[in-house]
Ligand binder design. Sequence first.
Ligand code: DUC
Ligand code: ZN
Ligand code: ZN
Ligand code: ZN
Length: 484
Amino acid sequence: MTTVIKNGTVVTADLTYKADVSVDGGKIAEIGPDLKGDKELDATGCYVMPGGIDPHTHLEMPFMGTYSSDDFESGTRAGLAGGTTMIVDFALPNQGESLLDALKRWDNKSARANCDYSFHMAVTWWGEQVFEDMKTVVQERGINTFKHFLAYKGALMVNDDELFASFSRLAELGATPMVHAENGDVVAELSARLLAEGNTGPEAHAYSRPSQVEGEATNRAIMIADMAGVPLYVVHVSCEEAHEAIRRARMQGKRVWGEPLIQHLTLDESEYFNKDWDHAARRVMSPPFRNKKHQDSLWAGLASGSLSVVATDHCAFTTEQKRFGAGDFTRIPNGTGGLEDRMPMLWTHGVGTGRLTMNEFVAVTSTNIAKILNCYPTKGAILVGADADIVVWDPEKEKTIAAGDQQSAIDYNVFEGHHVKGLPRFTLTRGYVAIHDGEIRTREGYGKFVAREPNAPVNKALSQWKALTAPRPVIRRGIPATGV
Ligand code: DUC
Ligand code: ZN
Ligand code: ZN
Ligand code: ZN
């Protein structure tokens, strides 16, 4: 069975040209003029692009005393509706838990995915077991990216000695560390002070995480990665200070990548001053939304190439879950949705305004991350032999974003009321047409795990499971028995 996408314009990270694209057995079979097939999809007036890859999601994640509300079924359905054909979720071990046991839980959850997916492994604690497990995770499970939290003190945060030990081990294995870069000690101190002064509302969340905490932690992680001899991927870059550190590192020849989120690019800190508590709390995420100066910096980074990838950090909580934090902003579950809206919002506010070219749009939504993750050109490409993860993009299709129309399982949308122009006409996941002219035809469980090879090891000498200094007692407070 051959499906041909007819009369469209192929747009990749580096080329724009008229061609038909035929798909067979889940792969791209042919690209050229006047192709014939058993079935045709009309792409007249549309751009035929690599499906989006969102490398930053938290589906059904245990967090802050609850679970994020989109699971692998609703989350990937939302992604496909918006043109995203692959996600990468973070497998999160509990304190003291083996990485492999955590992966088993993620294997179970992800069995319901509607599109292909991969995992990053989170390093939430450090010890000999983690050191040993890392090798199995990289060499047998096909996971080459490991996330470290420099925030969430008392729960997910790792200290600098642990960070250096982990980065050194990853250097040896040819894996890439990622960081959530906020100074968790400072955030904890500022949060306690704000609460003591009676600042309990969602706006205090933003005050507790100023851009300096992100700039400091980003710089620190870059320097530690440099000393360990590893590249570094910085997730959810939200401010100029963090961007500046990344820009400088890249100019010095360091392999450092920065990932802004669609939320930080398009929503600002004024959301936290909305008089409606629910409105503000629904937008509480870490890092928080920033002002226009920071937004302009992020857009400039995407255009100039100092920032590489646009993601969502999709971590959706219902209004009811957000209300856990009524009276104490530190208990508002951190996270916002975005999987369905990332591509249309970035197209509208990027390509639609001239801030990004179409090719840059493809690069930052798909191709760049496929290369960083080591799954290019199976993913992120319109090439013969690549997986047929394709979005047929209609630049004239418009809608106003509304929670009532979304695929996500939550009861609101942080982009509510935003008008977007540029939406998928068809979304193909490994050849299967999951979104057909607005109709949702997703298949639960269709998605497959994407294994990713490590890169060549870069540094062996510094690897060790112990921290360089004598082990200190690690204070872990307030951690539920399961989850974090
Ligand atoms: N930030 C969030 O807002 N939610 C999930 C985890 C994170 O780092
Ligand atoms: Zn994070
Ligand atoms: Zn995250
Ligand atoms: Zn808008």
